[in-house]
Design a protein around this ligand. Structure first.
Ligand SMILES: [Zn+2]
Length: 155
C-alpha cells in the first residue's frame, strides 16, 4: 500500500531537490556577485553556498521554480535582502525574460496545493537533476539514499 502523503516532510524533500538542482546548475558559483565580499565559487556542501529566491519562497508556485531560484553566496544573499530594490533592479536588468515570467506567476492567485502538485514538482526536479547530473553526495546525508534511489527509478 502506498504511504500516506505527508506535506511537511515532502516539502523538505522538495527543498533539498531544488537546492541541489540550482546549485549544480550554477556550478556552486554565486550568480549574484554584488557584494564586495562575494565568495564566488564554493564547495557543494559549503553552508555559504545558498539557495536564493528572486520573489519570496512563501508561494509554492515560485518556491521550487527554476526561474525564481538562483545560487548565491551568503554575502550576496544578505545583500539582496538588505537591498531589495537594488536586487530587483539588478535581476530585472540581468534576466529580463525571467523577471517577466516570475511577475506573471506572482500575479496569479495562489491556491492550496494537494499531493498531485507536489509530486509533479518532484518529478520535474528529479528529471532536471538527472539531466544535469546531480551528485547525490552533494546533499545532506539523510537524503542521499532517497535521491540515489529516485534517480535510479527514473531510468
Ligand atoms: Zn556572492
Amino acid at each position: 500500500m502506498a504511504k500516506k502523503f505527508k506535506k511537511k516532510p515532502f516539502r523538505d524533500w522538495l527543498d533539498t531537490l531544488a537546492r541541489i538542482v540550482v546549485k549544480t546548475d550554477d556550478n556552486f558559483t554565486c550568480q549574484i556577485q554584488q557584494s564586495p565580499n562575494c565568495a564566488g565559487q564554493m564547495l557543494p556542501l559549503d553552508k555559504n553556498c545558498q539557495w536564493c529566491h528572486i520573489k519570496s519562497r512563501s508561494r509554492n508556485d515560485l518556491r521550487w521554480h527554476c526561474l525564481n531560484n538562483i545560487t548565491g553566496c551568503g554575502q550576496c544573499h544578505q545583500w539582496g535582502h538588505a537591498n531589495p530594490n537594488d536586487f530587483g533592479v539588478w535581476f530585472a536588468k540581468t534576466y529580463p525574460k525571467r523577471q517577466e515570467i516570475i511577475n506573471l506567476i506572482a500575479q496569479q492567485h495562489p491556491h492550496t496545493w494537494y499531493e498531485g502538485e507536489y509530486k509533479a514538482v518532484e518529478l520535474s526536479l528529479l528529471t532536471e537533476a538527472k539531466r544535469i547530473g546531480v551528485d547525490y553526495m552533494n546533499i545532506p546525508e539523510r537524503f542521499r539514499m532517497r535521491l540515489k534511489r529516485k534517480l535510479e527509478e527514473l531510468r
